[in-house]
Design a binder for this molecule. Structure first.
Ligand code: CA
Length: 106
């Protein structure tokens, strides 16, 4: 299985990694992510209700030159990045790619 893992934190784009049969290669980070949190981080006086992540990266960076669509698997991980993915969105498995949502480009 081959895929790109794009890590985004609350302060923006962190890393892009190409994974091929478990072997990981870091990719030079290009593009950016804008994150809008709903709530105040590290403050328990309000209720945090999530965040919106907007990511823009060159298609060529993730092997999508000329592609008209791709599949994505949004996932949440612990802030300290220790351990495996602790939750996935939309109830799809991390490696059941037939269930991943399709994103149509252009
Ligand atoms: Ca808060």
């Amino acid at each position: 299985m081959q895929y790109y893992r794009i890590e985004v934190g609350i302060s923006g784009l962190r890393s892009v990694t190409y994974v091929n049969s478990g072997a990981e290669t870091k990719v030079e980070v290009q593009g950016k992510a804008v994150v809008t949190p709903f709530g105040t981080l590290n403050n328990n006086n309000d209720i945090d209700e999530g965040a919106v992540y907007e990511i823009t990266i060159p298609k060529s960076l993730v092997g999508l030159t000329g592609a008209t669509s791709f599949k994505t698997c949004p996932a949440l991980a612990n802030h300290d990045v220790v351990g495996v993915i602790c939750d996935t969105l939309m109830g799809v498995g991390a490696f059941a790619t037939d269930l991943w949502p399709k994103v149509v480009l252009d």
